[in-house]
Structure formats: structure tokens, C-alpha cells
Design a protein around this ligand. Structure first.
Ligand code: PEP
Ligand code: MN
Length: 348
């Protein structure tokens, strides 16, 4: 529930509401807004008796938050959440953020080559898995911490921010030491100890939608992270399981406007895992931007046929370059803009 304060409410009146809510056995979070402050009530499982709050000095109204998720909802916070990375990239505003890179970090040469190519093409965030959640235990599992070190080197040389996956709760701290964004993969969307640990980290989290998760389950997973005190969550639509075998997954583009309506958190799209096929990545990336995605995460490899994972869905660098040019036009048509490329000086 939200207790909306009058514009004229004094700090003491707000404090009194916080105390009253705490006295009722709930948590209270003041949410300052442009016009007025609201106090969010957390920890309730059902209806709250608002009678004693309604009449308090400075209280305008009590609004029930009707969704099971609270802090991620638009009712809780109307304005879009903006997430600013150390290299200046802002996710969730007017800009469309470009995250690109290979599925896995394979070697120094591979990741530095990819970073140079992608930075030049306009991406400001480099992706690459060091800890890989592979369907088969016999597939390449990633370079581990060495992969994180190589990503950090790529950041040093290019200025790109780094996004990479933490596979389990105990891995969060190590990934957070190196990464600018901690990725939580689709298979882990409902790994609650991992979500809680990511909620305690002081880095933004990229949360991918589980392949069989409803939008409500997706938002509730994000709620775990916010509930632990980390408000910087980027949602990622990466395709859900369908009945058709033509593509690896079905990229649910409808989720983009639906989530935008329900939540203030930014949402990006991953057309690579969303389709599983190189030839389908570009059209779906274009469509995702047209649908209002705040960014894209695209797998690109300097030599896709030689990739140790997901080569079939990885773009060639020239394809990514062309895609960025097309996306600029699409973004412009809907009054948005691709986030400007990093300055020349930072190039490899
Ligand atoms: C990835 O982005 O590297 C990945 C494994 O994706 P997902 O969790 O969406 O399958
Ligand atoms: Mn992959």
C-alpha cells in the first residue's frame, strides 16, 4: 500500500506516518516524488486496515498496490528508473543501450578483438560469459575468474562497461568485483538465494526472463532484488518456450510494452537467445527497438563458426554494424536515440 502525503506535508508528518506503519508491524519506505512524498508500506500479505493512517495530519490518501509485486510496480514509483553505468551509459531513459559480445569469453585475443569491433560499431557495453550455464555438462563451461580478468582488461582498453553472469549466490561477490552489471540467467530467474544475494550487491543487475516464466513471475523475481535494497534492476526479455520447433525460443515482444506499463524498471531484449538463429536476430532486434525496448543484448563473435558456444546465433561483426545503423533510424522514428558511441580515445 502507498500512503500519499499532501504537497504541504511536513517532514515531521511524514515521519509520524512512518512510525505509525512500523508500529503496525510493517516496513515503511518514504518515496520522495516531484510533487509530493509517498510512504510505501511493505511486508503485508493482504489488506491493511488504513483507518488509522487515513486521518493522520498530512495524509492525502491511501492507495492499495493491487499487484503481488510492490516495489517494482508503477504504482509504487511512477517515473522510469534510470541506471547510470560508470562509463556514462544511462539505461532506462530516452537512449537505447547496446550490449554486445560473444556468448562466452574464450581467450584474450577473442574478447579484445570483439571489444574493439563492437566499440567501433557503437556498443557501449560488452557482454561475455565467464561462468556459463550450459544445458550439457560436457559443453564448454567458461574460463571462470580468468574470463572475468579478460573482461576487465577489455574494459580498460575500450571504456566499455561489462555485463557477465553470476551462476550462483556464492559467485555474486566475485562477479561484482569485476563486472559493471551482474547478469542472472534465464535458468536462474527463480533461484531465490541468488536473487537475494544480487539484491545485496552494490551493482546493477540484469535479470533475464525464465524460459517458462509468466510476466508476473518475472516481476516477482525482480521484486526479490529490490526487496533486498538494490533498486538497479534491468529486465531482459530473452524468449520463452513455445510449441514451434523452427526457432529456439519465441521472443515475446509483447512483454516489452506490457512490462513498461506495469513497472518502472528498464527492459531490454535479447534477440540472440530469443531466436537461436543468426538470420532471425537482426529482424527481431529491429522489432524490439520499435516495440520500445530500452536496449539490446546481442551475441556477436569475431568468428562465429569457430565459437565455443552459441555460434549459430552469433552475428558476424559486420552484421552488427549494419544493425546499429538500422536501429538508429528506428529509434529516431519513435523519438529515441541510440546511446552515442564511446569516444575515439578509448579505442583499442
Ligand atoms: C547468456 O546470455 O549468456 C545466456 C546464457 O542467456 P540465457 O540465460 O537467456 O539463456
Ligand atoms: Mn549464449
Amino acid at each position: 500500500m502507498l500512503v500519499v502525503m499532501k504537497q504541504s506535508a511536513s517532514p515531521a508528518e511524514i515521519e509520524a506516518v512512518v512510525k505509525r506503519i512500523e508500529g503496525m508491524g510493517y516496513g515503511a519506505t518514504p518515496i520522495p516524488g516531484g510533487q509530493r512524498t509517498a510512504v510505501g508500506l511493505i511486508g503485508n500479505d493482504g489488506r491493511v486496515d488504513t483507518a488509522s493512517l487515513q486521518g493522520m495530519p498530512g495524509v492525502l490518501e491511501c492507495i492499495p498496490v493491487t499487484h503481488p509485486y510492490k516495489q517494482v510496480s508503477r504504482e509504487w514509483k511512477e517515473a522510469d528508473t534510470l541506471i547510470t553505468l560508470p562509463n556514462g551509459t544511462v539505461i532506462g531513459g530516452r537512449g537505447v543501450a547496446l550490449m554486445a559480445g560473444p556468448c562466452s569469453v574464450e581467450s584474450e585475443e577473442q574478447i579484445l578483438t570483439a571489444a574493439g569491433q563492437l566499440r567501433a560499431a557503437g556498443a557501449t557495453i560488452l557482454r561475455g560469459g565467464a561462468f556459463k550455464p550450459r544445458t550439457s555438462p560436457y559443453s564448454f563451461q567458461g574460463l571462470g575468474e580468468e574470463g572475468l580478468r579478460l573482461l576487465a582488461k577489455a574494459r580498460e582498453l575500450t571504456g566499455m562497461a561489462i555485463v557477465t553472469e553470476a551462476l550462483d549466490a556464492d559467485g555474486v561477490e566475485l562477479v561484482a568485483e569485476y563486472a559493471d552489471i551482474i547478469q542472472i540467467g534465464a535458468r536462474n530467474m527463480q533461484n531465490y538465494p541468488l536473487l537475494r544475494r544480487a539484491g545485496q550487491a552494490r551493482k546493477p543487475v540484469l535479470l533475464k526472463r525464465g524460459m517458462s516464466a509468466t510476466i508476473e513471475e518475472f516481476l516477482l523475481a525482480a521484486e526479490y532484488i529490490l526487496a533486498e535494497g538494490n533498486p538497479e534492476v534491468i529486465l531482459c526479455e530473452r524468449g520463452v518456450r513455445g510449441f514451434d520447433t523452427q526457432t529456439r525460443n519465441i521472443l515475446d515482444l509483447t512483454a516489452i510494452p506490457v512490462v513498461k506499463g506495469l513497472s518502472h524498471l528498464p527492459i531490454i531484449a535479447d534477440p540472440s537467445h530469443g531466436t537461436g538463429l543468426r538470420s532471425k536476430v537482426v529482424p527481431m532486434a529491429r522489432a524490439a527497438v520499435a516495440a520500445g525496448a530500452d536496449g539490446l543484448m546481442v551475441e556477436v563473435h569475431p568468428n562465429p563458426p569457430g565459437a565455443l558456444s552459441d555460434g549459430a546465433q552469433s552475428l558476424f561483426p559486420e552484421q552488427f554494424e549494419e544493425l546499429v545503423e538500422q536501429i538508429r533510424v528506428i529509434a529516431d522514428a519513435i523519438d529515441r536515440a541510440v546511446i552515442p558511441a564511446l569516444p575515439e580515445a578509448a579505442r583499442v
